[in-house]
Design a protein. Structure first.
Length: 85
């Protein structure tokens, strides 16, 4: 139970940091930050491996980089959709 709660809190924190680094507004507030954190954790570990401190199942540094990349790509996709519509 505590492990799941720590993972959710870490996903929200990582997603918020990734959003702040890119200076793009992730839609959905805390839920959007959690999605960005989980996706960033997956993407960061896929691209950079699992080095650095691991908290709640997240390798923190690759997860933050992955979350920033995820938010950046999502922002670019939403801008392209808005321009085409």
């Amino acid at each position: 139970m505590w492990g799941l709660l720590i993972s959710i809190v870490m996903a929200i924190l990582i997603g918020t940091i990734g959003d702040a680094l890119v200076r793009n507004r992730m839609p959905g507030g805390m839920l959007g930050a959690m999605v960005a954190g989980f996706a960033g954790g997956w993407l960061g570990s896929l691209l950079l491996g699992s080095w650095g401190p691991v908290i709640g199942g997240f390798a923190v540094i690759p997860a933050i980089v992955g979350a920033a990349l995820f938010v950046l790509l999502l922002g670019m996709l939403s801008q392209a959709i808005r321009k085409s519509a």
